[in-house]
Design a protein around this ligand. Structure first.
Ligand code: FES
Length: 353
């Protein structure tokens, strides 16, 4: 109680126009918290027992070896499970094993570095007083001394096995990324040609995604929507790439609601229209259809396309309409393509004329 009274007394001694916190006018209360300082230093077991020290050292370089092995594993997995076949089982295996290798590569470096710092590097506690930043000779000399001291205390120069395995792990770690990015390039194909064409061609049936069942025009009721892939997609050598280009949305509107431009009057069949599902902004699937307004919405950046006006852009960052796939029916009444798209699908690329 006496302490509290003294604090109030001290505080009321301040002039009326001075508030606590004003620069140069701080009021130190008598019951202000006291800096507790550092807790007593507890020496680590690795500093007291040479055996534990060697064991920690072994743990650290073993973790770096594990990291190297993880990187090599990831590269080997990439080679062992090629995904060019488009076989989903291969893609799953490749993803899983590359992921496992990369995880070990990253964790090995991370855990090894933390364990090295905690168990082996210098355990001295100190206070680094702030001072102005400048580059005088004296400061540089101090910096060099600090580096040398850090080198000495961390053992970076002395513990050569740890240092070299860490360098090896850091060098090996980016290798999976190099081979993975290489795998993104088209195989033996001119990328411009590959991006300009899809597997749609005259007479190819439109089938449901993912069942692959053909679609009869009579089954497409007014207002319905179908996610569509080309017949035979699952047998294509580059199934995933082909699907990424050829995916289509099929809708049926009242033919009176459609406003085709000259030359495109025959691209729809009885109000059934097919448009590329690949957004012309940056390629997300445009899969949200608003039945009443006949608008297609891309969920990525909210571009909207008006199906009644050849999928022209009415909102959002997409710069051009979704390409239309000309369709008709075959002798059995199934919907088929009249041709490929008449322009490249998806986002613009720099070679496009
Ligand atoms: S990808 Fe469709 S709006 Fe951006």
């Amino acid at each position: 109680m006496a302490k509290s009274d003294s604090a109030v007394e001290h505080a009321t001694d301040a002039p009326d126009d001075v508030r606590p916190g004003d620069p140069g006018t701080g009021i130190v209360l008598a019951d202000a918290p006291v800096n507790p300082g550092f807790p007593p230093h507890r020496p680590r077991v690795t500093d007291q027992d040479p055996k534990k020290n060697r064991s920690a050292e072994r743990t650290v370089f073993t973790l770096f070896y594990i990291s190297i092995a993880g990187s090599i594993w990831a590269v080997a997995s990439y080679l062992a499970f090629p995904i060019e076949s488009g076989n989903l089982a291969d893609v799953r295996m490749s993803t899983m094993y590359i992921g496992i290798g990369s995880a070990f590569a990253l964790l090995g470096i991370g855990i090894g570095a933390v364990h090295w710092a905690k168990a082996l590097m210098s355990d001295k506690e100190g206070i680094d007083i702030r001072h102005p930043i400048h580059g005088s000779d004296e400061t540089r000399q101090t910096a060099i001394e600090i580096f040398e001291q850090a080198n000495e205390e961390s053992g970076f120069g002395r513990r050569t096995l740890i240092r070299n395995t860490l360098i090896g792990a850091l060098v090996a770690f980016p290798l999976p990324a190099v081979v993975l990015f290489r795998g993104l390039a088209p195989q033996n194909q001119d990328p411009v040609v590959a991006l300009s064409h899809t597997m749609w061609k005259q007479g190819l049936r439109l089938t449901k995604d993912p069942s692959g069942l053909p679609i009869k025009a009579s089954d497409v009721t007014l207002g319905s929507v179908f996610h569509v892939i080309p017949d035979g997609l699952y047998d294509a050598p580059d199934m995933l790439e082909e699907k990424g280009k050829a995916a289509v949305l099929l809708m049926r509107l009242d033919p009176g609601d459609l406003h085709p431009s000259p030359g495109r009057e025959s691209w729809a069949y009885n109000g059934i229209v097919a448009y590329s599902k690949i957004c012309t902004h940056v390629g997300c699937p445009v899969a949200l259809y608003e039945q009443n307004t006949h608008h297609l919405l891309c969920p990525c950046h909210q571009s909207q396309f008006d199906i009644t006006h050849e999928a022209e852009v009415i909102f959002g960052p997409a710069s051009r309409p979704l390409p239309q796939l000309p369709i008709t029916i075959d002798a059995e009444g199934y919907l088929v393509a009249q041709s490929d798209f008449h322009e490249p699908v998806g986002p613009s690329f720099w070679e496009r004329s």
